[in-house]
Write a protein that binds this ligand. Structure first.
Ligand SMILES: NC(=O)c1ccc[n+]([C@@H]2O[C@H](COP(=O)([O-])OP(=O)(O)OC[C@H]3O[C@@H](n4cnc5c(N)ncnc54)[C@H](OP(=O)(O)O)[C@@H]3O)[C@@H](O)[C@H]2O)c1
Length: 307
């Protein structure tokens, strides 16, 4: 099959012919219609997580996929050939920008008919990360105040809309060019991080969702009420600031979960969460797509259309 691969860490992305994934009893094989990009793909490609998540080569780029089931494993009961499904698969099954992918039954979700493969492929990794940060780790409740950093990014655009669907009051940071977008997604307060200091503008927040780390993470403790929560997907509380501010700190790495993905898809099907797609590339343009992602300026998600 055709796939966007790298032959080594830091190697250029090339389109190559490689073997199709082999069906396993607990899995399905899908014909991939669309894939989406995430910063972790470039982080792995650069070899920054070699010790934790070693790659084998050729490595197929990408995690997020949406496509149609073409083969079903012996123990699979909930999906059949012809179903449209999507997932952020586990590390072993990763490899999205390819003609075929293997997905475990418990990691996939059925694609609502009203959602295109392009929109569906944008959802799994960023959507699950936002869901796990706000709901699983952050325990966000109706009426609470949450600050979501980088509201215009892949994770942020999902996070704002999920938080609004819970009934939370949402502040977000972004640059001026994306202010209208994040307001449209439901943000109640928009902080331009280039001209304003969020820690001077906000106080008594119940939850902060940080995806920037560094100073942003350290300063975020200041906007929380006592007993509030800071959830980061980017950095650790190395200075013990949580104890100093009397708040809870959580760092986590997102995990695949088909059931949780289905809950997010129900919100998307109802129109409460709308994907924000920056640009759609072809498989042959995968390298350009990753260059755009690496600028850190993507608005929402970057998608590769495959079929
Ligand atoms: N631990 C985990 O499980 C996990 C999971 C997913 C993602 N992550 C990490 O979370 C981060 C965000 O992921 P993503 O997919 O959302 O990335 P992304 O889509 O590439 O984020 C790009 C967005 O970030 C905004 N941005 C950049 N600097 C900012 C700043 N200082 N303040 C506010 N906004 C800023 C940009 O807006 P402007 O152009 O307006 O600056 C842009 O819209 C990445 O570092 C990723 O590796 C971790």
């Amino acid at each position: 099959m055709k796939a966007a691969v790298i032959q080594d860490y830091e190697a250029p992305i090339e389109i190559a012919e490689i073997d199709k994934p082999i069906l396993q009893d607990d899995s399905v094989i899908i014909e991939v219609h669309a894939a989406s990009l995430n910063p972790i793909d470039n982080i792995l490609r650069a070899g920054h997580l070699k010790e934790m998540m070693a790659l084998s080569f050729p490595h197929v780029m990408g995690y997020d996929v949406s496509g149609m089931v073409v083969e079903v494993g012996a123990s699979v009961t909930t999906v059949k050939v012809g179903d449209s499904v999507l997932a952020r698969p586990n590390q072993e099954d990763a490899g999205a920008i390819a003609e075929f992918a293997r997905l475990k039954e418990n990691e996939l979700a059925l694609k609502p008919a009203g959602l295109s493969h392009t929109d569906a492929a944008s959802a799994p990794l960023a959507g699950l990360t936002a869901w796990q940060a706000l709901i699983t780790k952050g325990d966000l409740q109706k009426g609470q105040k949450v600050l979501i950093h980088a509201g215009s990014g892949g994770v942020g655009t999902y996070a704002i809309q999920i938080a609004k669907s819970i009934g939370a009051y949402v502040a977000t940071t972004t640059s001026a060019r994306n202010a209208e977008l994040v307001k449209r997604l439901g943000a109640d307060v928009v902080i331009d991080y280039k001209t304003q200091q969020f820690q001077d503008e906000l106080s008594d927040y119940d939850l902060v969702f940080d995806m920037l780390g560094g100073d942003t993470l350290a300063e975020s403790f200041k906007v929380l009420r006592k007993g509030g929560t800071l959830v980061s997907i980017k950095g650790q509380d190395t200075e013990g600031l949580a104890a100093k501010h009397n708040v809870r700190f959580e760092w986590f790495f997102m995990s695949p979960d088909g059931k949780m993905l289905s809950e997010l898809l129900a919100l998307m099907d109802a129109g409460a969460v709308k994907p924000v797609i920056d640009r759609v590339y072809s498989m042959d343009q995968s390298s350009d797509a990753y260059d755009q992602l690496a600028t850190g300026r993507a608005v929402g998600k970057i998608v590769v259309s495959i079929k």
